[in-house]
Design a binder for this molecule. Structure first.
Ligand code: TMP
Length: 208
């Protein structure tokens, strides 16, 4: 059965290198897979991403609705067809990000996010989520070395502290699916933890 893996984490957690590690592992396992991302992963969704990350100001509810509008295009046109065709899907972010960023970060109602999730995502849930947990002070320092900040990256540190709480709360409520990786440590350590979690996951598929 093709599997759906998502990767989460706040700014500077090291998602890009973790994506590379996941792709390398899946290639080694010789499973067919696609790599995708949110917001985005499909042409309309990528246009919505532009609006989300580069417009001047967006109301919090608009931000949430656009995240789910992009997600609907992504789920219907990319994720479901890939899984149906027997391909694994690895997504750089998925619905947990909406709970963390729009729920905890922006303070929007949990219930509204749950309703949208049920409506848009339904049963198309990740089988495994690797969550890179980083102290925002460390993460933001790392992210500062990169190119220009987008609209969301410009938020204050308190916003990212709330996001971290949101992610950890999601992990606590979904311990079977969400595996927390300590991303405060070196890139090498993060890579090792990712490989370890993937190998546990593979074992769980072989011995359900
Ligand atoms: P990225 O920097 O990982 O490409 O993600 C883009 C930004 O979008 C990042 O700041 C997190 C944010 N985001 C949300 O706020 N809610 C969501 O549901 C998703 C998928 C991303």
């Amino acid at each position: 059965m093709p599997q759906f893996i998502s990767l989460e984490g706040s700014e500077g957690a090291g998602k890009s290198s973790a994506m590379k590690v996941i792709a390398a592992e899946l290639s080694q396992w010789q499973v067919p897979f696609i790599e995708t991302r949110e917001p985005g992963g499909e042409s309309n969704a990528e246009q919505i991403r532009e609006l989300l990350l580069h417009s001047a100001h967006l109301e919090a509810k608009t931000e949430l609705l656009l995240m789910f509008a992009a997600r609907n295009e992504h789920v219907v046109k990319v994720i479901r067809p890939a899984l149906k065709a027997g391909q694994w899907v690895v997504s750089d972010r998925f619905v947990d990000a909406s709970y963390a960023y729009q729920g905890y970060g922006r303070g929007l109602q949990w219930q509204s996010i749950e309703n949208l999730e049920q409506w848009v995502v339904g049963e198309t849930q990740p089988n495994l989520t690797l969550m890179l947990d980083v102290d925002p002070e460390i993460g933001l320092k790392r992210a500062a070395k990169r190119s220009q900040k987008d609209r969301i990256e410009k938020e204050a540190i308190e916003f990212f502290e709330n996001i971290r709480c949101g992610y950890l709360q999601r992990a606590e409520s979904n311990p079977r699916r969400i595996k927390v990786i300590d991303a405060n440590r070196s890139i090498t350590s993060v890579k090792e933890q990712v490989i370890k979690q993937l190998s546990y996951f593979k074992q769980s598929l072989l011995n359900p």
